[in-house]
Design a protein around this ligand. Structure first.
Ligand code: PEP
Ligand code: CO
Length: 457
């Protein structure tokens, strides 16, 4: 891949999981319209995130990345967005307490609208229609009109991403996200009847002791407190639809290179990380930090070549490898990858996505994931890194702040799944399961001290 790069050079290569738009001229019109609109994020924010990821690579921060599997336009509502933010903040607070480290929060939001699907069509009662590929491409209703691939969806998604981000920015800048006042963002929490007494008590203890510790540190003039308490939220999504991504990829004044300004951290999915494909070509030219999902079929030499292509200068904070290997395979599959990256002398940030390798279908046909499998994959990932003298730098979840019933365990059985199954794609942890997951990780991190950057709380 040594030919000159441009935001459109990917077009010469085979691109997997792209829509088949019937009207090429309409696509170009949409792309032109997107090119003229303001960016959703800025290069300063992107560079700042890269710095923080570089610190996480050194073991000085822990990354919490999470959000919907498929974000929808219909989800662009105040309650859904505040609930999403609330669960990410609450989880991060629990993780700060357990890890004694700053936590870097990255939402899967304001752009997570495109999905790779295993089958291009869906059949219901003998009727076959194009598969739903996410709101960026078509709509979920089972009609020919809704399932047609429509470039205008890209503009609608850009607008909804902008509205989502505007609200998230306003909330995080204001008191809602102030870590001194966790009581603001857990109002509904204490009154919930499905919350076990222990979980309630554990959360209360955690938030009280954290705010006490912050006040104490401030009282003694500890400067790191500001760094610990400033709540920032970065955005991420799978950079799947290359028309949407490249239309928002620009050079900016006084900086070199090109930034994908649709999000801070775009990632390449497991199904589109082929070394000779259009996605690698597009991503190799970006200045953004880049995530790559790494599944069980990834060979160590392939991962090293991915790194060489995406980060030829070995820039710090640039690459995030998101292993999604499955609870059964992680213990065997992760160490050779970690070793190969190390042997190649490369630096990456290792995250664990314990969701995508643990999906199964119930007898009644529901896609689900078991809380226990997710925990097993996480524990095995912590173990594998520790055994190698490496460290797990963070986690990547599909979760929601809503009380959905999509994953089993953590209070739900298979019989509960029909009660409120809303995901249009993969099953997400619900509010309670996500919070409980944060405690599992916090306990684990409290047992094995990481490199603290702040005095113990
Ligand atoms: C996802 O994160 O929703 C996804 C499709 O993941 P992966 O590429 O790991 O399968
Ligand atoms: Co998913």
């Amino acid at each position: 891949m040594s030919a000159p790069w441009s935001p459109d050079s990917w077009r010469a290569l085979p691109a997997l999981h792209q829509p088949s738009y019937p009207d090429a001229a309409a696509v170009e019109r949409t792309v032109q319209a997107l090119r003229g609109l303001p960016p959703l994020v800025t290069s300063w924010e992107i560079e700042r995130l890269k710095q923080k990821l570089a610190e996480a690579q050194l073991g000085r921060r822990f990354v919490l990345q999470g959000g919907a599997c498929a974000e929808t336009l219909a989800d662009c509502r105040p309650q859904v967005i505040t609930d999403q933010l609330k669960i990410l903040l609450q989880m991060s607070l629990v993780l700060v307490q357990g890890s004694k480290q700053p936590v870097l929060r990255i939402g899967r939001l304001a752009g997570q609208y495109a999905k790779p699907r295993s089958s291009p069509t869906e059949t219901r009662d003998g009727v076959e229609l194009p598969q739903y590929l996410g709101d960026l491409v078509n709509r979920p209703e089972f009609t020919a009109a809704a399932r047609a691939h429509d470039p205008a969806q890209m503009l609608a998604c850009y607008q909804h991403a902008a509205m989502t981000l505007n609200f998230v920015r306003a909330l995080t800048a204001g008191g809602f996200a102030d870590l001194h006042h966790p009581e603001y963002w857990d109002l509904s929490f204490l009154g919930r009847h499905d919350m076990s007494e222990e979980l309630r008590a554990e959360y209360s203890r955690t938030s009280t002791s954290l705010s006490d510790a912050l006040r104490f540190m401030e009282a003694i003039g500890e400067t790191t407190v500001d760094e610990l308490t400033r709540v920032e939220l970065y955005t991420s999504h799978e950079g799947l639809n290359l028309h949407y991504e490249s239309a928002q990829t620009r050079s900016v004044p006084r900086r070199e290179g090109f930034y994908d300004l649709s999000t801070h951290l775009p990632w390449i999915g497991e199904r589109t990380r082929g070394l000779d494909g259009a996605h690698l070509e597009f991503f190799r030219g970006l200045r953004n930090p880049i995530g790559v999902k790494v599944g069980p079929s990834a060979r160590p030499d392939e991962v090293v070549r991915l790194i060489e292509t995406l980060n030829p200068k070995d820039e710090r904070g640039k690459l995030v490898l998101i292993a999604r290997l499955g609870a059964e395979r992680v213990a065997d599959a992760l160490p050779p990858l970690v070793e190969a990256v190390r042997a190649a002398g490369r630096t990456v940030l290792w995250l664990s996505d314990p969701m995508h390798g643990n999906t199964r279908t119930t007898a009644s046909g529901r896609k689900t994931r078991d809380f226990a499998d997710i925990v097993r994959e996480l524990e095995a990932s912590f173990d594998a890194h520790e055994a190698l003298g490496s460290h797990l730098g963070g986690v990547h979840f599909e979760l929601t702040g809503e009380d959905v019933t999509e994953c089993v365990g953590g209070g739900l059985t298979e019989a509960d799944l029909d009660t409120r199954y809303e995901s249009l794609c993969d099953p997400r942890l619900n509010y309670r399961q996500a919070l409980e997951m944060a405690f599992v990780m916090a306990r684990r991190m409290a047992k094995t001290p990481r490199r603290p950057t702040v005095p113990p709380l």
